[in-house]
Design a binder for this molecule. Sequence first.
Ligand SMILES: [Zn+2]
Length: 340
Amino acid sequence: MKVFYSDAHLAHQPRYYFPEGGQTEPFLETPERAECVVSVLHKADWAEVVPPEEFGLEPILSVHSAPYLDYLRTAYAEWQSCSPIEGQAFIPGSYTIDRQMVLTGNVPEQTGFFLMSVHVPVTAGTYTAALAAAQCALSGAQAVAQGQRAAFALCRPPGHHAGREICGGFCFLNNAAIAAQWLSGQGKVAILDIDYHAGNGTQDIFYERPDVLTVSLHANPDREYPNYAGYTHETGAGPGAGYHRNYPLPVGTDDSLYLHTLNEALDLIANFDPAHLVLSAGMDIYKDDPLSDFAITHPGIVEIGRSIASLNLQTLVVMEGGYNVEALGKNVVALLVAFV
Ligand SMILES: [Zn+2]
């Protein structure tokens, strides 16, 4: 299995963020996450770690708006030029919903529009890292389109909270959505999101599309990020009505409940009969993840992988969350090995 990985992610190293409650905490989405996964995969005889190919900006602009990409590219330097604080990341103090004001405004107003939460500190290297992650996802999509059974895009930063022109939840560019959009030129695509958190960005991007089915299993947003999306009544709109499905899950969700729900989701995907599957793989479902209140075990993750692989679809697996660095590598392997 080809594993697409770029060490360009090292350019994105925010030091702090502000989780609920407002206290400053060390940034959880660390470079060590990707480094521990790639080091475990280097030891697996079935995994071939390769750098991504360069697809340019065009496939990214088919998912994200040009003003949003311009913002990500220029925001840090512009902020530094007016109020430099060495080594810090820019987090807004005020927010707006007026898009026109944003497009004609400067960085503070733009930040208060393009950032949907305070979990996405933009640093000097954020754009470089996010672009490289998107290229990993596109390279994986190409491998699958060329006939590979599966490929793994080891993306960092993750992507599924990023919408058409918003970033949130550690995510800047929606790697899985960019890959799915690219694959949708070759037939229907299903995106299955198994990250602990609802994939609001992916939902946003494809909400009115009947050719891209989006399905997400996650902690109920009435208690977990992103809070405003991920409920059962959100099922798509316009031509995409009926092509989005959320499965919010309760505190303490164990292997049995998760696998039961997953099988329901897999039936939906099988009935949709896509040409390709994109799997947004967040390992923060694991019982010992610092963000999780699920009870999913390592053997449970093995079973989750087997269940998804049993669809027998050409599958691109895209790395999303997972913050227990010690367990992350072996949990990713447990998921991927089912596709070997
Ligand atoms: Zn997550």
